[in-house]
Design a protein around this ligand. Structure first.
Ligand SMILES: [Zn+2]
Length: 387
């Protein structure tokens, strides 16, 4: 959830650094360095005034063999495309099926739909930014050739002053059923028991909610109080998009708490977002990295690669500064990562306020993938999450 930076909600930790902690200053200095690169691309003026600091990379040697080999899933995925295309054309004359399928085959990346898995609407001015209503969000989507977008809610008080109550989000996106897909959230501290939570969740589902998020609460990610919500999301087949850093949905280096959750709720699809997840793009992670954007070349692939390989119920949301940096801090690793894990990555921006500049569209030019892999990232994975 967006807290305060004019450029990205990933900067939340800068504005809410731990009181009395030197770590907060170091954290903000690191973030400012990465933000310069990010803003150089976005063309937005630099708001942070803190100086950059040293890279956190280790001295471990790099070997070619440590870079995972890209997997080749082209043939399987092509079959899926043909299946879907044919099923869309049930009414067509049999003799014309092949011809029409060929004509509909995407020839370039621009022919592929684009589904943004991480956007917001915000009802009030907050931290000097204008509100963002659904009408403006759709206008921005039109300008940037975004076909559909997941719109996330915030119900926990930690989000203040950036609030987006689920009921309001559902009302706001209601006129755009073909473009906007609302998610909802419930603060487990604000409901009296699992039955009450279930009742509220059913109410939101009846009103159109298709997923749960953005889950961003000051708790450990495996806190007992979250278990009823995880169970309900399993029951109602809702994917959960969560934000993890040093304060929200907390974990430790190596993400053992997240792994515990993934193993405990294999029927729930989780979509990971923000520093705590993306810092584990590399193997060398320090506790402070859970709240900042590690810089520099990757020495060896980290837990993100392993968890994606070991669990089919975890996805990576490439939105905002954390996701963008994870892919671009070391382009060779970024390329290998996209090739090997495109079936568990979703395109997202975290578009948060009118005029918010988003560099992620350039990633389609920056990296070279098969069209089928781009199709997974651009729309297919998100569509599959919405059961
Ligand atoms: Zn967000």
């Amino acid at each position: 959830m967006p807290r305060s930076s004019p450029s990205s909600d990933d900067s939340a930790s800068c504005d809410s650094k731990p009181a009395g902690s030197d770590a907060g200053d170091s954290l903000c200095a690191d973030l400012a360095t990465t933000r310069r690169r990010y803003l150089a691309l976005t063309g937005v003026g630099l708001s942070a005034t803190t100086a950059g600091c040293a890279s956190t990379s280790s001295d471990r040697p790099t070997t070619e063999s440590e870079i995972p080999e890209p997997t080749d899933e082209t043939s399987d995925d092509l079959e899926t495309i043909e299946d879907e295309t044919e099923s869309d054309e049930d009414d067509a004359e049999t003799d014309e099926d092949d011809t029409e399928t060929d004509e509909d085959e995407p020839e370039s990346i621009d022919d592929l739909p684009l589904f943004d898995a991480h956007t917001h609407v915000i009802p009030t001015e907050a931290r000097g930014r204008d509100p963002l209503f659904a009408e403006q969000l759709v206008e921005w989507m039109d300008t940037n050739s975004v076909d559909r977008a997941v719109v996330l809610a915030f119900d926990a008080p930690e989000a203040y002053p950036v609030q987006a109550p689920s009921g309001w989000v559902l009302d706001e996106v209601d006129p755009y059923p073909d473009r906007l897909v609302p998610f909802c959230t419930i603060d487990p501290r604000a409901v009296d028991g699992t039955d009450a939570a279930a009742g509220r969740l059913e109410h939101y589902i009846d009103r159109g909610a298709r997923g749960f998020g953005e889950l961003k609460i000051e708790m450990d990610i495996d806190d007992d109080r979250l278990e009823p919500l995880y169970e309900l999301c399993a029951t109602y087949e809702l994917p959960i998009l969560f934000h993890t850093d040093r304060q929200m949905m907390r974990d430790e280096v190596g993400l053992p708490r997240l792994e515990n959750v993934l193993a405990s709720y294999p029927e729930v699809d989780f979509v990971a977002h923000a520093h705590g997840w993306w810092s584990h793009m590399a193997a060398d992670v320090e506790p402070l990295d859970l709240g900042r954007i590690p810089e520099g070349p990757i020495e060896a692939p980290g837990r993100v690669w392993e968890l994606l390989a070991e669990y089919d119920n975890i996805y990576g949301d490439i939105s905002t500064l954390g996701g963008w940096n994870a892919l671009t801090r070391d382009e060779a690793y970024g390329q290998a990562f996209l090739e090997s894990h495109h079936d568990q990555l979703v395109f997202g921006t975290d578009y948060l306020f009118p005029g918010h500049q988003i560099p992620h569209f350039a990633l389609f030019e920056q990296f070279d993938l098969e069209l089928d892999a781009w199709a997974n990232i651009r729309h297919r994975n998100t569509e599959n999450l919405l059961r």
